[in-house]
Every structure is written in C-alpha cells, then in structure tokens.
Design a protein around this ligand. Sequence first.
Ligand code: AMP
Ligand code: MG
Length: 379
Amino acid sequence: MAMSCDHPDLLPLETALQRLWEALPAPAWAEVRAERDDPATDRASMDGVALRAADGRQPRRLLGTLFAGSDPAAFTVLPGTAVRIMTGAALPAGADAIVPVEQLRQEGDIIHLAVTPAPGDHLRRRGEQARAGDLLLPAGTPLNAARLALLAQEGRPVPALRRTRVGVASTGDELVAEPAPHQIRDSNGPMLAALARALGAEPELRPALPDDPPALAAALRQPGDIRILLTSGGVSMGEHDHLPAVLADLGAQILFHRIRLKPGKPMLAALLGDLLILGLPGNPVSAYVNALLFLPVALARLEGRAFPDPWRRARLAAPVKHKGDRPLLHPCRLVDGRLHPLPGKGSADLVTLAQADACAWIEPGGMEAGVKTRWIPVL
Ligand code: AMP
Ligand code: MG
C-alpha cells in the first residue's frame, strides 16, 4: 500500500538539528598537552607515614609531618625513621612506601606497624597519570566539566563560565494581559524563558511583539546583548505570519523553515549576523517541543560541548494512533518506567502538556502497546 505523503519536502528532525549544529561556530579549542609529569612528584595516596619498606616491621622514630603542599626537602627518611604524611603530600627523600594511619600505633615519637610495607604501597608515582608533553586532549575536543578541570590543571585559560544569554519574545496581536474572549495571554514567553533557564542559559523575557513587519524588523535589528533569540508565532502560513519575510528582508541566512515533525512543522532557524533566531511555532505544545529539541543543540555548540542526545527509551503502556506521515511527539505520563499516553488534543493543548512528564516519539502510522520508543523529559 502506498503511504500517503503530504509533506515530502519537509526536513527530517535529525537533519535540521545537524544543520543548526554546523551553522554555529564552536569555540576553537587547541590541543592540550601535559605541562609537567602528573603527578609531578611521588605522592602519598593515603594519610599515614612515609618510610623505607626495606626496614620491615621494626618500629620507626617520627621525624615530623608533611602536608599536601609541604616541601618534602624538610626531611630525609633514614633507616629506622618515618615522616607523618597526608594525602597528596610529596614523598620525602629516602621513603618508598606509605603505611596508612589505620595500620599504625603511636607511642610518643615511636610508631609501631601492623603490616609489613612493600615498596610503592599507597603511592601515586611521578608521571603515572601523564608524562610532560603527553597529548591529553586532541584539538577541538568538546569541553565538559572534567576536561575544563584538566585545562585548569595544566595552567591553560579556562573559558568564562558565563551562561549564554537567550532573549525570549512572543509574537501576536492576540496576546494581552487581560484577554477578552477573542484574545489570550502570552503563555509561551514565560514557558520558553523557564525552559531556557532549565537548559542552563540566562533568559531575558521581553514584551510580546505585534504582528507588524516594521516592529518585528526593529526588534531583530536591535536585539541587545543576547546570543540567541527565541521567538514564538508568526512562522506559519497565516496572513499575519510575517517573520520569514522580515528575516529575508533583513538579509538573514535561513538555516531551515518547516520540518518533518508533529507538532512543529513551521519551525524556523536563521542567522542574522551573530544572532541565532529560533523561530518557534506559536502553538504552545509546538513551541515547547521544538525549543526542547533545538535549544540544547545550539547551547552545546556555542559553549563548546558535545552534540547532545536528550533521548531516553521506554515501552508504551498503551497504543498511540497516528495517521499522519510526520513523526509525532506525544505527551505521556511516565509511571514505573512505562510511557502512558495522555489523551492530548493537539498542539494547542497546554493543559495536557502541563500534566505530562515525557514526550514520546511515535512513528507515522502509530505504535502499539509494549513497543519500545524514545522519549524526552518534559522539563
Ligand atoms: P501563529 O503561529 O502565530 O499563527 O500561532 C499559532 C497559535 O498559537 C495561535 O492560536 C496563537 O494564538 C497561539 N499563540 C501564539 N503565540 C502564543 C503565545 N505567546 N502564547 C500562547 N499562545 C500563542
Ligand atoms: Mg501569530
């Protein structure tokens, strides 16, 4: 049976995400090499005493104490002696083993051992993690917290931990604070600002913009101190959906417009100079789902992190019917690890979205109960 195909030209979600990723500049990370041996000296890996293993279990006379950061040149461990030593302290000359404090008994300045030490016990050897000059991170390695710590360890500049600034502006003449029956409040603005914040950005919620091309153009030309602008509404096929034409007039580079996803077909992404515009559809569930999918990719790229994979996997507790030919993201409740589809009423149904804790990926044609599918948490 031939499958109906109402939108053969629409961009698949993964292609759109990849296109966004590639259009944005990643910070240029140079390769990182070890500045010095790691560790730079033999170190204690436990609190205890440093001594010569060759003296066996005979009692030792304590010479003093070395702390992390103490210069070990203060002591030389001769036969029959030992130095108290704390984790991370450099090993003094003459010592070749640590006996942990748990295996010691002290009488005055004499310590008695409960074990026979062996050379190398409880030591981190100089260079055992890396040798000076070793390649620690190849050029262009995406950053994460551990790699950032490595930059700090090697004395390299650590990128500013400033959150990416994300402007949020709804569009629509229908958005007012005290709506008559033919009007609504701006729910997308606060939703998208909260989502941007949950994703680690610094949101700036702006007043809604009117469906007026000159006003939209002015707002885009003077975006203020933001790296990303999230708009909602005005990207569909209606007579007041001005954003694509306004962006084109301003000379913006349209990365894509219209994707193969339900809800969210009108999704748009564009670059206007350095500013990324994610033009989200106006319907609340569409705006939400698309921000949840596209914003993490943009943030990760701009902040030098790896391409994010937000998907988790679980089985459907009930079937989801879906006749369209676009994949569907359907609101679900997650109970005992299974996805319970909610009886959602489509892309305008904020009431159902607010009850969901997951959006499940439903293939065109629908999916049966018990089938494993991917899902994304509702933040
Ligand atoms: P649009 O894509 O601009 O035609 O908007 C699609 C639908 O989403 C319309 O019913 C709008 O009224 C609604 N909508 C647009 N913006 C918002 C918003 N900020 N908050 C809630 N609903 C909105
Ligand atoms: Mg509108």
